[in-house]
Every structure is written in structure tokens, then in C-alpha cells.
Design a protein around this ligand. Sequence first.
Ligand code: FE2
Length: 187
Amino acid sequence: MSELTVYLESDARRPELRTTDPVLIAGHLVHSGILYERWAADTPLPASTDGGDVLRVYAGPIARLKEARGFRAVDVVRITPRTENVATLRAKFLDEHIHDEDEARFFVEGAAAFYIHLEGRVFRVVCEAGDLLSIPAGTPHWFDMGASPRFTAIRFFGRPDGWVASPTGDTIAARFPTFDPDRMETA
Ligand SMILES: [Fe+2]
């Protein structure tokens, strides 16, 4: 289930807030300039589906977000435990970093967690199918797909190299719970 947990940056043990209500999630995040929306993601996708199928199914909302936010391109990323170099892929975004452009993802299947660090707090957003999250350019954050990842997401880009991450050098990510979909209640 999609979930927002808000922590003080100094205390990863006792969250200030935890909610699975999409309206509350969006309301808390919009104050910090983060876009969260629920899109209908109820079209079953066959296991062998390719990125083109995913983009066709969601053509309407994709076009709307591109127009509203100035994104020029999209692609589809699908990660499973059998994806090549999955541990390396996970590690790539586990440390706090920023991007030159907004990082927007729409989850079609599976789940993963974004941790957004701003205003003295960490906003942990577990995204599942139907969740659109857009983190503004320059906002420190990290991303955990979990040790046994499984998700499909549409990525939005303003530039082909927009996804390139610049590390902040802050080690805060190591102090916060990693993403483990089987142990959500202990996170
Ligand atoms: Fe990122």
C-alpha cells in the first residue's frame, strides 16, 4: 500500500507521521513542492509486455504531465530480482543525491521507496502501482528499490541525461530504514 512516513532528520526511529491516505499524502507533500497523484493503474499488464505497451496504456496521463511540466521524453524501466546487476543498480541511488531536473516516476507495477530530505525532515514515500511522484530539481533525496526489487515505472525526462545523479556527500541515508516491502510496519 502506498505510504508516507515523515521523520525529523535527526530521528529515524520515531516518525512524526505515517499515513496511507492518498489525499493526506498529496497534501503533506504539496507544501514542500512535491507532486503526488494517483493515476488509474488498473490495466493488467502481461509478464512479457514491453515498454511500448505500457506507454500506450497510459498515453493520456503521460501526455497531460508532459504538457503540464515540460517533460519531453518518457521511457519504461522494469526491475525484477533477475535483472542483471540488480545490486549495483540498487546501490546507484541509495545515497543522497540531486538532479538537474525534476525526477518524475509513475509506478505501473510493484513498489519502491523515495526518501526526500528537506526542511529538516525526511519524507519517505513508498510508491506502488498508480502512484505518480515528482521531486523538484535540486531536492536532496535517495531511492531504495529493496534487496529483492520488483517494479515497473514510467520515467519522465526533460533532457536525455536528466536522470544523472550528483551526490550531496551527506550520509543521512545510512541512518534511515531501508525499503523492505515485507516489513513495512517496522520501517
Ligand atoms: Fe534521484
